[in-house]
Ligand binder design. Structure first.
Ligand code: F6R
Length: 366
């Protein structure tokens, strides 16, 4: 059932062109710029008039929530707060009947996320779920929702579920934004056209596998990694670091690149691999300076850049070139090389990639 792949995780990474497509199929018709999502229809006005949106999730799903914060605030102009379900539920949060809570969960069984939903519900909020497992506890506990159509995810490290979540959240941000009139029509049409091309661009990105395997061989014995990104790529930095920690047991930290100077920069020396996600977007010039800061301290830079970039390749030790797309959609591409990097490093270290120690696929304990 691994379809010829050595591990489920690798199979699932390679399934992403398909799982992203399946998650937007029937929800977006690019030819006539049409967006529709069954789960949202009934709540469209509620979403459009919401004073704020709270997102609750754990782990990788929480990272998808962070991407959604950037998307919804930019495209729909509604304030978004992204909460760890486990913190939200225990801190007497302020929630009321005007709030919409989006709960994100691959398994639909995460105990903390479920408890956060019950708490928000008891305070009258409307709960919208984004789950992968049909009929799961979280899917049943919500008022409405949209499934990710990623198919079963067996590898403990979440990969295709993340990109499916981001795809669904992108559609939601676009739907609310167009209802509220906060996205210009031309921009909406451009985003729809770009999203349509994402599965093919993920396919392109997957061709970098061999090159990433070579980079992995160089750094497999590192004891620490730093991941840096800004804007839409900041949550991707967190996700890249989490993937490495979980399956290779190498300590890794993800940081917003500009925060480096407030502490983590002290860690950088010639031993430290720093993965910088530095695609061409609105924060590009700023991240160029961050790469310079790392190089000035002799850190090893593995840069994920947009195809055709020449500035960062002139400074970085290794360059991974991914296709160009709108910055709103970049996480769907930029996360892929980081998934592959963690996968190959873990395999080279002899780790049990699909079932890392101490971890379970769904965390039903609190
Ligand atoms: C990371 C990972 C975990 C889960 C987290 C939430 O690769 O698998 O961090 O993302 O336990 O799980 P779900 O999405 O099932 O609620």
């Amino acid at each position: 059932e691994k379809g010829g792949y050595e591990h489920f995780m690798l199979k699932e990474i390679f399934e992403q062109p398909r799982s992203i497509l399946d998650s937007m199929r029937g929800r977006m018709i690019a030819e006539n710029n049409h967006l529709m999502m069954g789960g949202i229809r009934e709540y469209e006005n509620k979403f459009a008039n919401a004073q704020r949106i709270l997102i609750v999730a754990c782990g990788t799903s929480w990272h998808a929530g962070l991407v959604a914060e950037y998307l919804i605030e930019d495209l729909a102009r509604i304030p978004v707060e992204v909460e760890y379900a486990s913190e939200f539920r225990y801190r007497n949060p302020i929630v009321n009947e005007n709030d919409i809570v989006i709960a994100i969960s691959q398994s639909g069984e995460t105990a903390d996320t479920l408890a956060a939903i019950e708490l928000a519900k008891s305070k009258g909020a409307t709960i919208f779920g984004i789950c992968n497992v049909v009929g799961s506890s979280i899917a049943r506990a919500t008022d409405a929702g949209a499934y990710t159509h990623a198919g079963p995810e067996i590898g403990v490290a979440s990969t295709k579920a993340f990109t499916a979540q981001v795809t669904v959240l992108t559609l939601i941000a676009m739907i609310i934004g167009s209802k509220r009139g906060t996205i210009e029509t031309s921009k909406l049409h451009q985003l729809i056209a770009e999203l349509e091309q994402i599965p093919a661009k993920v396919e392109e990105t997957l061709k970098l596998d061999k090159q990433i395997e070579e980079i992995s061989a160089i750094y497999k014995d590192a004891t620490n990694f730093l991941y840096l990104g800004r804007g839409y790529n900041f949550p991707v930095a967190l996700e890249g670091a989490l993937k490495l920690k979980e399956i290779s047991y190498i300590h890794a930290e993800g940081y917003p690149a500009a925060e480096m100077k407030h502490g983590p920069i002290a860690l950088i020396d010639e031993q430290m691999p720093v993965v910088v996600i530095a695609t061409k977007d609105s924060s590009y010039e700023k991240i160029v300076s961050n790469v310079q800061e790392v190089k000035a301290r002799k850190g090893k830079v593995i840069a994920v850049v947009t195809e055709g970039d020449t500035t960062i390749p002139a400074m970085a030790d290794h360059v991974i070139e991914i296709p160009e797309t709108s910055e709103h959609l970049m996480p769907l591409l930029s996360v892929v090389p980081l998934q592959l990097l963690s996968y190959h490093i873990a395999v080279m270290r002899g780790c049990n990639v699909d079932q890392p120690r101490n971890l379970a696929k769904s965390v039903t304990v609190e």
